[in-house]
Design a protein around this ligand. Sequence first.
Ligand code: FAD
Length: 388
Amino acid sequence: MNLADRTVIVVGGGPSGLSAAATMRNAGIGRVVVVERERQAGGIPRHTDHLGFAIRDLRRVMSGPRYASRLVDIAARSGVELLTETTVTDVSGTGVTLADGTAIHADSVVLATGVRERPRAARLVPGDRPAGVFTTGSIQQLTALHHRQVGRRAVIVGAEHVSFSAMSTLRHGGCETAAMVTSLPRHQTYAVLRMATATRYRVPIHTEVDVAEIVGRRRVEAVILTDGSRITCDTVVFTGDWIPDHELARRCGTGMDRVSRSPAISASFETSRPGVFAIGNLVHPAETADLCALDGRVVAPSVARWLMGGLWPHAVAPLAVEPPIVWAAPTAVGVTLRVAEFVTGRLQASVNETPVWTQRRQRFVPNRAIHISQTVPVGASLSLVRGR
Ligand SMILES: Cc1cc2nc3c(=O)[nH]c(=O)nc-3n(C[C@H](O)[C@H](O)[C@H](O)COP(=O)(O)OP(=O)(O)OC[C@H]3O[C@@H](n4cnc5c(N)ncnc54)[C@H](O)[C@@H]3O)c2cc1C
């Protein structure tokens, strides 16, 4: 059998899935099907209506919705079959099962199901259960796709990049931000972005506190913080605190990273389940869309190699890390990692406690992507040597 006789199913039609599918078709794989549960493919960028997309993959600057439709176009022109409004409920190395029970055979499956923000219920926030509680993703969908007003005065839970993006979405929809709340000692976005919002919109950030309670009968009326303060608002937006859409990966029994809750992958995006690959923000929650699209390009030759009789790695496990590093995972351009606290130091890779390389000193910020382009040897552990 050659590549032209092979079928690959990609689960998820976001930037990573669409880019993988188009690249695999261009590499000569006969049938590539993208299965997407939404009415339209394109993933998160469909409702992220601002500029900044497509920089590293298409080498231009586009808005999220334009980028999404461009990726759909590229995939369609490459001969990719798009199956929308269709949910995959089970996966194996030999195909997928859809929600209506239909089984589709495939020689390989690529999981590209993305990431979402942990909603209120999963954060176990006490209090009433009124209307007016959202995530950034849900306010973006309400405003960009359904043109609805979210509320008038919001509290944003979180102070990382996406939290500031939530503030901007709220503003465009006519909702002021009363405050941001973070359990960390400082915000985690770029200083210039924080300065702009502080001087222009005068939004205070409450640090080292959590939401202790949400108050309101039908609609949110206030939040009470763990320091006892009360902020009047009609809207609460939970931001960040990413959770990969990992249910399918778990169901098909791939090894998982305990902290990021992503399937563990090799540097070529193989999971521990032969024939099943995983890419995009499912494996590194959460990176920008262009990096996810590059994952899609890089996985294509790995899938082709497997289809041509290539070997599957013997063992696939999460990259080993030491605190304050919380997790690390391969990407198309190296490795990405996250830390749990603000710290200055040098990243170090060691094998059997012997350093292989040490990077220059830098400042690490929680909830911010930290990229390594240096190779991390198989069996290495990543640590952080503190100090100025
Ligand atoms: C609220 C929010 C805001 C963001 N803002 C930005 C931003 O401004 N800029 C940026 O670069 N990145 C942003 N991101 C990161 C974003 O995740 C990436 O931009 C990019 O969309 C990730 O691509 P992906 O292909 O990995 O996943 P996604 O774009 O999430 O696509 C995954 C797709 O899989 C589908 N799917 C999942 N499970 C199934 C199933 N079982 N069956 C069928 N289909 C399924 C989903 O419907 C979805 O369309 C944001 C993320 C979120 C959540």
